[in-house]
Structures are given as structure tokens and as C-alpha cells.
Design a protein around this ligand. Sequence first.
Ligand code: SAM
Length: 324
Amino acid sequence: TVLKGSDAAVQNTNDDAQISKLSCVRLGYFKDDFIQYFVRRASRRSPLINRGYYSRITALRHLLYQFLAAGHDPATGSTPPKQVLSLGAGFDTTWFQLQSEGIAPARYIEVDFAEVTHKKANIIGSKEPLYKLLGLDKGGEIDAESGRIVTDQYCLLPADLRDLKALEAALTSVGFQPELPTFILSECVLVYMRSQDSDALVHWLGRRLPTAVFVLYEQIKPDDAFGQQMLMNIESRGCPLLGIRGTPSLESHVARFRNNGWQRAEAKDMNTIYRDHLDPQDKRRAERLEIFDEFEEWHLIQEHYCIATAINDTQGIFRNYGLP
Ligand code: SAM
């Protein structure tokens, strides 16, 4: 494909994310027993970065847990089977956490470039606490060479998200069921793709999935002084934020979803989410973990990240869906 050099740089952004998550875990911001296996060189991040990841992970987890609980029938105590599709999952450990907590959905499918899934499959295949959770003794296969893991519950698939035919073939090969309620997670991924490619992906999913929640986290506001500096910092590492001009604002994220097959959509910046939508008690706990005095920069950073959610709800199970 085109952009080979920048593809490699984009793949490296994954390592950066996992180092930051481990930094948070070690300081007690949130729990993740599995991230340690995916980081080769741990390093402690600044309080600013740690607090940013705390807000990101806490909000995203809330949205995922709420999705998993949706459609609960108090009479029977049951919830409908569901699936998660994680786009550009990198070394994300969410499935391992859910599985160890006994709340994993019927199916959890992760997609990333083959270079990344190859490394991930190698790590999973070589760490007992990870591969034990896969239940390979009950069937399924792990092919580290091609970066593919397929079990009843968890799949790791190599595919380029800009190639919808390849994505469709990969999903079909593991029996992806478009009619199941589906949570699509896109955490700092679409912004690295050209808008025409990410728009096509959003459209393709919106048209195929009648009951789904799309949750996206990424940078916005490239045009003010801080936004330009942010762009320069990221792009100097060789990975242009190709998509940020297409969705530079909260409004443009909402419009993109609404124009591409999604019934409802909303977007909030991370300042708003941190201030109004995180559990106040847990926030106080997190705020005591490190000395913190960079409030001005904190508000600037948080203003330049957003969570956008889109919903298709033919079954009416997401009527009250959203951050509290
Ligand atoms: N979502 C993970 C997280 O938040 O921890 C990883 C985020 S990392 C910043 C971006 C990920 O998106 C990388 O793993 C990269 O390889 C993947 N990615 C970007 N463009 C992609 C594409 N066109 N196809 C597949 N994966 C892609």
C-alpha cells in the first residue's frame, strides 16, 4: 500500500499508549493485570499524561460496561449475547480483563495491521496468564506467524482498516454476526487514516450493524495554537494525523456519524467528560495519587481530545445509553 513509512510510525503509536497505561497502573490510577506483559520498556509518565489516560480509560470502560449490561431483563436475569469489535486494537488488554472478571461478551474481535497482531499473538502465545484465558484446550487456534488468533470468544485478526474488502473477509472468516448488538471501539485510530478511508469505514459499519454503539476517542481542534503544537509533536514522529481536518470538531464528529448510517450521535470533549461525567469519588481518589499543578496545560490538552458515540438501535436497548 501507499504510505508504508508512516504506517510503521502509526503502528509504533501503540507502544506509546501501552507504556502510558502501565505507568497509570503502577501508580494506582486504574487496574489492569495484563498490560505488564505488553510493555518491554516501562517508563513513568508525567502526572499530566497519567491523568489524561485515567480520564480516557475510565470513561471508555464505563461506556463498555454499560453496553455489556444493556438489554438486561430483570424478569429472567439475562442479557442478550453481544460482541465487541475493536478497531486498531494494538496491545489493548480489555478482553483479558473482562474474561478474568467473568463478564466477557459472546465474541470479542480485535483488528490491527498484521505487523501489530503478529507481535500481539506472539506475546499472548508466550505468556501463560494470557493464553490460559483463551481456553485453547477447548479448541481454537493461535497462529503467531500470521498474527491470527481464533477462539469461540476471542479473535485477533490482521487487516488494514482502509481495505474494507479485506476487513469483511477477515470478519466473515470468523463468523462475525452483524445482527448481534455490537460495541465498536476506536481509540486513537481513525484520526491516523485519511478521511475518505475512515468515512467509508464508519459508513460500512453503520449500514451493516442495526444494533450497535460506536465509541471513538481521538484528537480534535487542530487549528488553534495548542492544536498546531499538538499536531507538530505527533507528526514529528512521522505519523500525520491525516484525518483531523475531516473531523476537527465535536460537531464534525457528530455530522460524520449522522451522514454515514448512524441514527444518533453525540460528542464531548475530555474537559467536559472529566468535569461532569466521571464518578466524583473515584476522581478524588485519582487526584490524590500524584502532585499536580499544571492546570492550564491540563485543560488545554483535555479540550483537544474527545469521545464521540454513535448508536443504531433497532431493538431499543440503548435508549438510555451514554455517560452518566
Ligand atoms: N487502540 C489502542 C489503544 O488505544 O491502546 C492502540 C492505539 S494506537 C495509538 C493506534 C493503533 O491503530 C495502532 O496499533 C495502529 O497499528 C492501528 N491502526 C492505525 N491505522 C490502521 C489501519 N489502517 N489498519 C489497521 N490498524 C490500524
